[in-house]
Design a protein around this ligand. Structure first.
Ligand code: OAD
Length: 237
């Protein structure tokens, strides 16, 4: 019997940590090394585009060297084998869910492997370094390309689709996120209001852990495959 018909999964930097990518707010995390106001806001890009490009060039280069881990693989397996609807919402800008095989993904904070032109407004795949002078391959203007990333102060992508899915979800699983960034931090309340069962899988309790009905703590590569295994077993029992 299928216990849950519509599952929404939210992932954050913690799911990619064991692949070798830094998280943001852990000790030694990205926001300890960089001032987010200087690299991740529209104002920062207007003031010093080279510094912002350099920050994302480094992150793009790092993502190119890493591979999906057992947690990414387990979520891809869940999408393939679970007899219900699954929406994977990630705050991550890496492509490790795609590399693992997940297909139904909303990158709410954008994607490192994409850029967009502020002149012709086209979004394109891009894994090379970007500098201010880089010419848009589509409209040939220079100085107009930016990372296809949602900066602080900008509206995240896919919010309508996510809100509609949560309204009718019966399971919400939050994985590897500190739950400190709005609007993703509000999904737990929306899921609770929708009557969904709520689960936190994280290395340690997040600030909002008490809002979840079920919790399981440990490295994502251990707790996520285990949780997925149980879901699939129950669904096929
Ligand atoms: P954070 O760095 O805020 O939180 C990472 C979470 O992952 C923490 O709760 C850790 O305990 C947990 N964690 C670390 N290693 C783990 C592991 N091996 N297994 C399981 N959990 C682990 O990252 P996010 O919550 O993703 O936005 O941050 C949200 C947003 O803030 C990001 O998308 C980014 C950032 O500023 C933008 O840049 C717009």
């Amino acid at each position: 019997m299928t216990q849950f018909e519509r599952i929404i999964i939210l992932t954050g930097a913690g799911i990619s940590a064991e692949s070798g990518l830094d998280t943001f707010r852990d000790k030694g995390g990205i926001w300890e090394k960089y001032d987010l106001m200087k690299v991740a806001t529209p104002e920062a890009f207007a003031r010093d585009p080279e510094m912002v490009h350099e920050f994302y060039n480094l992150r793009r280069a790092a993502v190119k060297t890493v591979h999906p881990n057992a947690a990414h693989m387990a979520l891809a397996r869940l999408e393939r084998e679970y007899p219900g609807e699954i929406l994977l919402v990630t705050q991550n800008v890496d492509d490790l869910h795609e590399k693992a095989g997940s297909r139904n993904i909303c990158h709410m904070h954008g994607e490192l492997g994409k850029i967009r032109c502020r002149s012709c407004r086209q979004v394109m795949d891009w894994w090379d370094d970007l500098v201010t002078e880089t010419v848009c391959p589509l409209c040939t203007k220079s100085g107009q390309l930016r990372p296809h990333i949602v900066w602080f102060g900008e509206v995240p992508f896919h919010l309508n689709k996510i809100a509609q899915f949560i309204e009718n979800a019966d399971l919400f699983i939050s994985i590897g996120t500190s739950g400190q960034v709005y609007p993703a931090s509000g999904f737990i309340q929306a899921a609770t209001d929708a009557g969904a069962h709520t689960v936190e899988l994280n290395r340690e309790p997040s600030d909002g852990y008490s809002l979840f009905e079920e919790t399981c703590y440990g490295p994502a590569t251990e707790v996520v495959p285990q949780y997925v295994e149980n879901l699939l077993k129950e669904a096929h029992a």
